[in-house]
Design a protein around this ligand. Structure first.
Ligand code: G6P
Length: 612
C-alpha cells in the first residue's frame, strides 16, 4: 500500500533528502495521497509533510540547510483518516524523540490510543492508527531503542511494516515486519530500508528480504536481522536482476497479473480485520440497529462497471441474509429514472476509485431524497467516501491495472459482510448459518491461492482459444453475475466480442448465434442448479459450440457434457463468486497477452471515469 524508504550513511555525509525523495518517486506508481520525510538534524529528527504529489513535498524541503546523512520517508495511501498534512507520515511522539513511518493497519489502535491518553496524557495530532506507535515507543523507552520497539510491537495487533528512528540513537533505523512487505538494501558506506525493491534499485542490487515477525536494525555498515524469537538470523542477500519497470510489478509481467495474485491477501485483510475474536463483525464502527434495518423497505445498490457486477452478488447476499428487497442499477441509469427513494431506503454505492462521476451523482440524488448512504470504496477520503453516511473500505491496496480484479473480490467480501451484519442484527439468519458462512469465508483466501496454483491449466486454454472472434459466458443464479464480470474482463483487455447471459435466457434469442466457431464458457458452480446448467450446456453443444465449463472439484459429471472443465475448490453456493471469477480473470489476462494487447492500459478505457 504505502511506500517506505529509509537511508543511513556516515555522519559526515549528506544527501539523504534527495536519495529518500527519489526512492519515494520510484514508488509513486502505486498511488498515494500525501508524503513526508524526517531527517536527523541538530540532535533531533525534523519532519516535513504535505498532501498531494511529491512535488509539494519537494517544494517544502527546497532548502539546502534541510539535509542529513540519514532519514526516513513515506508516501501514504490513506486508511484511517482522510488525506491531510496531519495524517501524512512520519509521526512523532510528543517530545519528538521517536519518529515512525508505517504501512498496514493497527487493529487495536483505539484501545492503545485511549490508554495513551488516559495513562500518559498523550495529545494526538492525527486521526491515524499509526501515530499511536510513535507515542508507545516513546513511553516504552528506558534507554534502549530496540527494547522499546519490541515492547511496543508486542502490544500491537494487526499488520505492519514499521520503520522507526530515535533521536537518542541516531545511527540506526529499526524496522519490524508483520504481514506487510519490507526489504533492506546493501549500499556502499550506506544502507537502505524500503517497502519495495524499486525504491532502492538505483543504489543497490543486493537486497535482504525481511520475513514476517522479523526485526531489522540498519546502520551505515551493518544490517542485522532478528527472528521472531529476537535472536540474530543470517540471510544471504538476493542479487536483483530486474530493471525498474519489472521491479514495480513485483516481477510480474503486468500489474493486472500482480493484482490477480494479490487477491488472497486482499480478501484476507478485508475479512479478518473486521472479525472480532468471537467472530462477530465490526463493520468499521457503523451503527445500524435492528430498528434501522427493519425500517428499510428497500436497498438500492448503485455502481458502474465491475463495481456494478459486485452489486449483483451483493443483492443476492442481502436478499438472502437480511431479507430486504434489493435493486441493483448502473449509476448512469439510476440517476435519470426518478427512482423510488425516500428515508426508508438504504442506498449502497460501490466504487473502487470513489470518484466515478455517475456513481457520485446517483449518490447525491439518493441523498437529496433522504436515503441513508453506505458506500463500499477502496480509496480512502475519495468523494464517494466523503459524501456517504457510512463507509466500508475494501482495503485492497492501490489497484493500478485498468481492468479491476482485486477491487472486485474485496468488494464482494464487503458485500457479504454487510449482508451478514444486517442479517445478524435483524435476526433474519440464525447463529448456525452465520457461523457456517463466516467459517467458509475464512477458507476463501486459501482456496483462491489454490486456483492460482492451477493457473497453468487456464493459461493453456487461453493459448488455444485466443484467436476466437466471439466468446459467450453463461451461468445461472450467482454464476450469471460472475459471467458478466468474466465477459467484461475479456472484452476490456482482449477486445474480443464477448457477451454474457443468464443461461436460461439463451433460448429466447442468443442461442441463434451459436455455431461451430463459438466458444462458450459455462459456469456451473451452484449445486442446486447443476443439472439445469447441464441442460444449457447440452443446448449449446447441440449447435456445435465448444464448451469450457467451470465447476467445483468433484463435480465430474460435467465432463460428460462439456468439452473441457476448469475446476475450482469446493465451496458453499453463496460464496462461489469469490472463487469462480478468478479463473475468468486469468483467462482474460492470458488471452489478451497472446493477442499482444496493452493489458494494463487498454485502449479507450480509463481507471477512473470522472466524466459523464
Ligand atoms: C471504469 C474502470 C472499471 C471500473 C469502473 C467503475 O470503467 O475501467 O474497471 O469498474 O470504472 O469504477 P469505480 O472506481 O467506481 O469502481
Amino acid at each position: 500500500m504505502c511506500g517506505i524508504v529509509g537511508y543511513v550513511a556516515g555522519a559526515d555525509t549528506s544527501g539523504a533528502k534527495d536519495i529518500i525523495i527519489n526512492g519515494l518517486r520510484r514508488l509513486e506508481y502505486r498511488g498515494y495521497d500525501s508524503s513526508g520525510i524526517a531527517l536527523y538534524k541538530d540532535g533531533k529528527f525534523e519532519t516535513r509533510k504535505s498532501v498531494g504529489g511529491l512535488e509539494n513535498l519537494e517544494k517544502l524541503v527546497d532548502d539546502p540547510e534541510f539535509d542529513s546523512y540519514m532519514g526516513i520517508g513515506h508516501t501514504r495511501w490513506a486508511t484511517h483518516g482522510v488525506p491531510s498534512n496531519a495524517n501524512a507520515h512520519p509521526h512523532s511522539n510528543e517530545d519528538e524523540t521517536v519518529t515512525i513511518i508505517h504501512n498496514g493497519i493497527i487493529e487495536n489502535y483505539l484501545e492503545l490510543r485511549e490508554m495513551l491518553a488516559e495513562k500518559h496524557g498523550v495529545k494526538f495530532k492525527s486521526e491515524t492508527d499509526s501515530e499511536v506507535i510513535a507515542h508507545l515507543i516513546g513511553v516504552n523507552y528506558e534507554g534502549d531503542f530496540l527494547q522499546a520497539v519490541h515492547k511496543t510491537v508486542d502490544m500491537m495487533r494487526g499488520a505492519y511494516a514499521l520503520v522507526t528512528v530515535c533521536a537518542h540513537e541516531p545511527d540506526k533505523i529499526i524496522g519490524v515486519r508483520k504481514d506487510a512487505p519490507m526489504i533492506a538494501g546493501i549500499g556502499k558506506g550506506c544502507n537502505f530500508i524500503a517497502s519495495d525493491i524499486p525504491a532502492l534499485l538505483e543504489h543497490s542490487k543486493e537486497v535482504l528480504i525481511v520475513e514476517n515477525n522479523e526485526t531489522i536494525i540498519v546502520t551505515k555498515d551493518d544490517i542485522q536481522i532478528l527472528g521472531a524469537d529476537r535472536k540474530p538470523v543470517t540471510r544471504e542477500p538476493l542479487h536483483i536482476t530486474w530493471d525498474v519497470d519489472a521491479a514495480e510489478k513485483g516481477g510480474y509481467d503486468h500489474f493486472m497479473l500482480k493484482e490477480i495474485h494479490e487477491q488472497p491477501e486482499g480478501i484476507k485483510d478485508t475479512l479478518m480485520k473486521r472479525l472480532k475474536d468471537d467472530d462477530t463483525i465490526n463493520l468499521d464502527g457503523i451503527e445500524m440497529t435492528k430498528e434501522d434495518i427493519e425500517g428499510f423497505n428497500k436497498v438500492y445498490i448503485v455502481a458502474c462497471g465491475t463495481a456494478y457486477h459486485a452489486g449483483l452478488v451483493g443483492k443476492a447476499a442481502i436478499e438472502k441474509m437480511a431479507r430486504i428487497p434489493v435493486e441493483v442499477d448502473v449509476a448512469s441509469e439510476f440517476r435519470y429514472r426518478d427512482p423510488f427513494v425516500d428515508d426508508k431506503t438504504l442506498f449502497i454505492a460501490i466504487s473502487q476509485s470513489g470518484e466515478t462521476l455517475d456513481t457520485l451523482a446517483a449518490l447525491r440524488e439518493a441523498k437529496n431524497k433522504g436515503a441513508r448512504i453506505l458506500s463500499v470504496v477502496n480509496v480512502v477520503g475519495s468523494s464517494v467516501a466523503r459524501e456517504s453516511d457510512d463507509v466500508v473500505y475494501t482495503w485492497a491496496g492501490p489497484e493500478i491495472a485498468v481492468a479491476s480484479t482485486k477491487a472486485y473480490t474485496t468488494q464482494l467480501v464487503c458485500m457479504y459482510l454487510i449482508a451478514l451484519f444486517m442479517g445478524k442484527v435483524k435476526g433474519s439468519i440464525d447463529d448456525k448459518y452465520y457461523k457456517e458462512i463466516i467459517a467458509e469465508l475464512k477458507t476463501i483466501p486459501g482456496k483462491v491461492s489454490e486456483i492460482l496454483n492451477r493457473e497453468g491449466i487456464i493459461k493453456d486454454a487461453a493459448e488455444r482459444f485466443f484467436n476466437k472472434n466471439d466468446i459467450f459466458f453463461i451461468g445461472r443464479g450467482p454464476d450469471s453475475g460472475v459471467s458478466l464480470e468474466g465477459s467484461l474482463k475479456l472484452k476490456e483487455i482482449s477486445y474480443i466480442n464477448s457477451f454474457a447471459i443468464a443461461a436460461g435466457e439463451l433460448k429466447h434469442g442468443t442461442i441463434a448465434l451459436m455455431d461451430e466457431k463459438t466458444l462458450v464458457i459455462a459456469l456451473d458452480t451452484q449445486d442446486f442448479l447443476f443439472e439445469k446448467m447441464l441442460s444449457n450446456i447440452k443446448e449449446v453443444k447441440a449447435r456445435d459450440a465448444y464448451v469450457i465449463a467451470l465447476a467445483k472439484d468433484g463435480h465430474t459429471d460435467i465432463e460428460r457434457e462439456a468439452d473441457e472443465v476448469i475446476y475450482i475448490p469446493e465451496c458453499r453456493d453463496e460464496l462461489t463468486p469469490l472463487l469462480s471469477v478468478v479463473p475468468l480473470q486469468i483467462f482474460a489476462y492470458y488471452v489478451a497477452k497472446c493477442r499482444g494487447c496493452n493489458i494494463d492500459k487498454p485502449k479507450n478505457l480509463a481507471k477512473s471515469v470522472t466524466v459523464e
